[in-house]
Design a protein around this ligand. Sequence first.
Ligand SMILES: Cc1cc2nc3c(=O)[nH]c(=O)nc-3n(C[C@H](O)[C@H](O)[C@H](O)COP(=O)(O)OP(=O)(O)OC[C@H]3O[C@@H](n4cnc5c(N)ncnc54)[C@H](O)[C@@H]3O)c2cc1C
Length: 312
Amino acid sequence: MDAARASRFVGQAAARGTRVSFEFFPPKTAEMEQSLWEAIGRLAPLQPNFVSVTYGAGGSTRERTHATVKRILAETMLTPAAHLTCVAATSAEVDAVIAAYAQAGVRHIVALRGDPLGGVGERFSPHPGGYSNAADLVAGIKRNSEIEVSVAAYPEKHPDSPSIAVDIDMLKAKVDAGATRAITQFFFENDLYFRYLERVRASGIGIPIVPGILPVQNFKQAKSFAARTGASIPNWLAERFDGLEDDAATRKLIAAAVAAEQVLDLVDHGVTDFHFYTMNRADLVYAICHLLGLRPAREHTGAHPRAEKERA
Ligand SMILES: Cc1cc2nc3c(=O)[nH]c(=O)nc-3n(C[C@H](O)[C@H](O)[C@H](O)COP(=O)(O)OP(=O)(O)OC[C@H]3O[C@@H](n4cnc5c(N)ncnc54)[C@H](O)[C@@H]3O)c2cc1C
């Protein structure tokens, strides 16, 4: 075993510049709202670089996304990033959402095209009066505001794209329009990410390409996400979960082991930034962040540190 592996030097996380971000989805019910806020409360003390809130297909969660982002702004010290898609909306409608975010104090948007309303696999056609793709949306955000913009990237290429080269051209268009960070679709083979990163850098794109990490809270669900997004599920991963359908406790241990192996290998290869698809659950993500060397800040004691600070 190589004792010099960077990931073994847990205490050097800060010196290495380790930064994490957490992605949440807006809750539908009061019960889901409670579990989201429990997750935020547990993860907030790790002082993520930002936390992002997704935007349901075709803008279906517009109000809920907005409400969640506003609550994060009002009740925590976290920096929220609001996801925004341009599918099935006029550019005036999208611009109104951008203006509302800017007014509410949101300083970071994750700009996405969104999936066609008929679902992945359907041909995407832009709304007649709308932004034509994510690059066009990035340009619109930058024209109207000073908001920081992150975009999506696909180590295994986007399902609509004929090739990785075309996909990287699209990423370049998003960067040229003003995006300063890309977050990847989840992947399980780190080599896919490293090969992609090499091609991205060779094409002259210099922005951070932050790996999106999906801790496998639910293997069946991960398989279905993968089928929809063009991500692959390696055989070894399926084999690791094989036979555990009725054994939630072991599944959780395996999920932690799989994510730890992936993330620590990324650290050993010099990766410093990680974006976690939390599925609004904190346990696995918290454990992986602990392995990365992140420790809760003392002044953060709960879900509502800003409110607590004001009370103090
Ligand atoms: C980190 C992350 C967060 C996400 N969050 C959300 C969310 O909150 N809500 C949601 O609904 N979806 C979300 N998605 C999914 C995303 O909306 C879909 O993957 C969508 O199909 C593409 O969006 P995009 O921004 O990547 O599109 P774009 O970058 O515009 O295009 C996607 C791909 O399509 C191909 N393409 C597009 N236009 C052309 C063209 N003219 N010629 C050739 N090829 C073309 C390119 O290969 C390109 O890479 C997210 C994805 C990621 C990775």
